[in-house]
Design a protein around this ligand. Sequence first.
Ligand SMILES: Cc1ncc(COP(=O)(O)O)c(C=O)c1O
Length: 288
Amino acid sequence: MPRLAYVDGQIIPLASASVPVEDRGLQFADSVYEVCAVLNGRLLDWPLHLARLGRNLGELSIAAPMADAALSLVAKRLIAANRVTEALLYIQVSRGTAKRDHGFPSARAPTLVMTVRPFDFAQRVAQQSKGVAVISVADQRWGRCDIKTTGLLANVLAKQEARDAGAFEAWLVRDDGTVTEGGSTNTWIVDAGTIVTHPQSPHILPGVMRAAVIEAAVAAGIPLVERPFSLDEARGANEAFITSTTVPVLPVIRIDGHAIGGGKPGSIAALLAKAIWNRIATQTGYRP
Ligand SMILES: Cc1ncc(COP(=O)(O)O)c(C=O)c1O
């Protein structure tokens, strides 16, 4: 597989792809990003990723590097050039390169970078039937977690803590005891047959997979409420699970060592996982 990247207008070998030292993404995390699933060579939920990217750029007054149609073309060209069918497309847009100074530079010349890396989605099937363990850690992030910026240090530290503890994910807990989301996933519990997830707010990222799961739950007629839930509530829940582009509905069977739902994946998570694999098959033709 060739491993090619896109950097500001050119498709070049990943190994030699770079941005200038004074790129604002590098020096200030003044940049936003997207991670999109490529299955069977096709992008999953691409319009939702484009819409979120556009919103995030707007929230930070970063100029769009190009129109959506052109971005789509570049993304598809890069995927094809990498000759890969199951992969993750990474897109990053920074405010551009300028002399280091906190305020915005006067020229609006954003830097667009894209990479593609192979990703085995089928590995998730086995994980879905086994479930994973998570730990809880303090949510130390800033007040605009709804914007997908590359300022991910608190997430990096939380996920490393999970890794060191042998857990799959870290659940982020605010001072008031509520769980916002995971280090790179949205978090869910099932309480007496009702699915509960944190509402869209500045404290969580509006996940593309989150939107897909809400759609699936509504279509299946499963009661769902968007409200904050506490870590204590999660520990006593019948089921818990996490979602993201790379983790389509993964049951959580342990939180901080406490077994959830008797330590086995639950039936609602299984039903939603099936619905998401169907959504994937409908959009892309991919079946694990
Ligand atoms: C903090 C955080 N929450 C939630 C998600 C899930 O978002 P999506 O479903 O769009 O992948 C991510 C994805 O990386 C994330 O980083």
